[in-house]
Design a protein around this ligand. Sequence first.
Ligand code: SAM
Length: 230
Amino acid sequence: MQIDIITIFPDYFREAFDYGIVRRACAAGLVSIRAHDLRAWTNDKHHVVDDRPFGGGDGMVLKPDPIFAAVESLTGARRRETVAAGKRVVLLSPQGRPFTQATAAELAQSAQLVLICGRYEGVDERVAEALVTDEISIGDYVLSGGEPAALVVIDATVRLLPGALGSATSATNESFSDGKLDCPQYTRPPEFEGMRAPEVLLNGNHAEIARWRRDAGLDKTKRNRPDLLK
Ligand code: SAM
């Protein structure tokens, strides 16, 4: 998989992929990740990427022309309709559809993923209207820029690439994979400051452990995320 990030702060990503599963996936050749400076697709002397909003108001808006040029040079397409099958062009935006484990699994199927990071008041709407295949929000809050959202999308997506996780079953045992949260985990010591790990996890009976894990995952889902069970 090829991941291309379009940003006005490419240095933000300098060491971001040097850790853990994403680093291993890069080293194994499962994914290649590049951050591109949007200013490279400007034609003026000052490399201007933003302008004042039509209609007035505070702040600046990222201009459409450098973004269309960037996506065209990275994907060969200048409109959503002509983006080749297997390629996804994503605008990160609080106004997008919510990013979930299912979205990560969808994106993990692509051969190329282009992520557009907004800044300031956001991105000229013609990018969402005509250029991108997906407009995605990582949650109901407003970040200062799309860069942290790109990191979230990349991490959740890359760990789902075949071969990225140590064990082939890891991703299927995790929270959200079967519509509920994962079970709580414990490790040594068995007793810590008067709190005991559940005895069932220490007795070596695999059938009982599996039953306890399923029930404990359900209990935790009822407590923290009842919406998942509806
Ligand atoms: N004026 C916009 C609004 O209220 O909808 C917010 C713009 S925000 C300050 C600047 C950029 O941060 C956005 O263009 C987007 O790329 C990114 N961003 C902010 N919140 C986000 C979220 N929840 N998910 C994904 N990207 C987000």
